[in-house]
Design a protein around this ligand. Structure first.
Ligand code: GDP
Length: 444
């Protein structure tokens, strides 16, 4: 995952300060020097690093720290605030047109993820606003792009307007907008052509499309893996087109994260979304404060809660809440829950969003993989319906039968039943508003 290295290094630099009762100028110098190196190595723009370090230093040596009872904590707070500021302070959303449709034009170099992101965006708008978007396929130079967008459209049941690759982008966009008007689509998302690098011809075409479509949003798609070059590309596109925001893709890759940290400061344009996978659901709103918290290992509870809300079946959640209140949560529900959790993504990624967990050494070896979940399911499926509803029936002989039926050993069956009982107990407490155990779990 992006930022891993940067995150570890900054946290190491700060860990020495955390518990100190008194902090000297040397301590501050040393910590900021380490942070400076970590940022440069993560490919953050040189000038951005310089401004950041100077801001942190000035504040760290000022009254708010030196006069404080917990100077180490204060410095961490300052680093957190300055990192947040570097990425834009507050979250920025899409511009909305006062009348339909709101028009979004995707631009960017080839291979950055424009076409995929156009699809992700359509999906996001449908999910969050029950929108009825129309996609326009105006990337006529990469023949596969039109087909790719059509496939995405089919997957999402979103209409795609295309004229193959023989018409000009300008014609396709003009006609596509008319179709959107007839069909009263509330959003139009235009996929445009990219090149391997910025050139005159591409910019002229994009400027023409801009003039025809009057987009409310021009989203520049940037591949986070490209490092330093990303900011130059962003400046190039911005000068010609005056982009309104950035989508940073491929944050799931092994990127050093510099682009995410520099784009806002260098171009003044906000990152609006991030992409972190190839699936059409892998798009997130960008929150500078949450990203800063994550880099500093302070977890990302809000994103986790949001993720749970969007991936979680609401009806199912209400059913479980009721079962917990009535204390009738059984193995059938347990399996349903497992399936919900599976949908949220890899467990270790989810755990990292919990404060205190990101750097928890205990987590280093934890992996709850698909295989483990499959084993748990096999055990539950070997129970009779009566046993699933009433775990108290599970005496030793029944446990042996279940072990044989599921191909797991008895110890594993015992462990799973014990875990089930423990989680049931914990959920009971939580549903009564008692978070004591939970806090303990998070190192609070
Ligand atoms: P375009 O040329 O800009 O339209 O780029 P595409 O949408 O065709 O994307 C290029 C490749 O990047 C495809 O293989 C996508 O699946 C992949 N891709 C796009 N966004 C992401 C992302 O956020 N994470 C990862 N891992 N891959 C992505």
């Amino acid at each position: 995952m992006a930022f891993e290295n940067l995150s570890t290094r900054i946290q190491t630099a700060l860990s020495g300060l955390r518990r100190k009762g008194k902090i000297t100028q040397d301590d501050v110098n040393e910590a900021t020097r380490e942070i400076r190196l970590a940022l440069l190595e993560a490919d953050v723009n040189f000038k951005v690093v310089k401004d950041f370090v100077s801001a942190v230093k000035t504040r760290a040596l000022g009254q708010e720290v030196m006069g404080s009872l917990t100077p180490g904590q204060q410095i961490i707070k300052i680093v957190d605030e300055e990192l947040t500021k570097m990425m834009g302070e507050t979250a920025v959303g899409l511009n909305k047109s006062p009348h339909i449709p709101t028009i979004i034009m995707m631009v960017g170099l080839q291979g950055t993820g424009k076409t995929t992101t156009a699809g992700k965006l359509a999906n996001h708008l449908m999910k969050t606003e029950h929108a009825r978007p129309l996609l326009i396929a105006a990337d006529i130079y990469r023949p596969a792009a039109v087909d790719q967008l059509k496939v995405i459209g089919e997957q999402l049941s979103v209409p795609v307007y295309d004229e193959g690759t023989s018409a000009t982008a300008e014609t396709i966009v003009t006609n596509g907008l008319q179709v959107a008007e007839q069909n009263k689509n509330d959003y139009v998302i235009i996929d445009t052509a990219g090149r391997l690098e910025i050139d005159e011809q591409l910019m002229t075409e994009l400027k023409n499309v801009k003039q025809i479509a009057h987009p409310d949003n021009i989203l520049l798609v940037i591949d986070a893996m490209t490092g330093q070059v990303a900011t130059q590309v962003a400046e190039g596109f911005d000068q010609s087109l005056d982009v309104t925001g950035v989508v940073l893709t491929k944050l799931d890759g092994d990127t050093r994260g510099g682009a995410a940290l520099s784009i806002r400061a260098v171009t003044g344009k906000p990152i609006i979304f991030t992409g972190k996978g190839e699936k059409l659901t892998d798009l997130d709103n960008f929150y500078p404060d949450r990203m800063a918290n994550r880099i500093l290992g302070m977890g990302d509870m809000l994103s986790l809660i949001e993720k749970a809300q969007s991936d979680y079946d609401q009806e199912q959640a209400e059913k479980v809440a009721m079962k917990m209140r009535e204390n009738t949560f059984d193995f059938n529900d347990f399996i349903d829950q497992m399936e919900q959790v599976e949908k949220m993504g890899p467990m270790d990624e989810i755990m990292k969003m919990i404060p205190g967990m990101a750097n928890n050494p205990a987590l280093a070896n934890v992996s709850i993989g698909e295989k483990d979940i499959a084993h748990l399911k096999a055990i539950v499926y070997s129970m009779t319906p009566a046993e699933r509803e009433d775990p108290d029936l599970l005496n030793p002989s029944r446990r042996r039968r279940i072990a044989a039926g599921s191909g797991r050993n008895v110890q594993e069956v015992n462990r799973m039943i014990k875990q089930f009982k423990q989680s049931k107990e914990m959920m009971q407490k939580m549903s009564k508003g008692n978070f004591g155990d939970m806090n303990q779990l998070m190192g609070g």
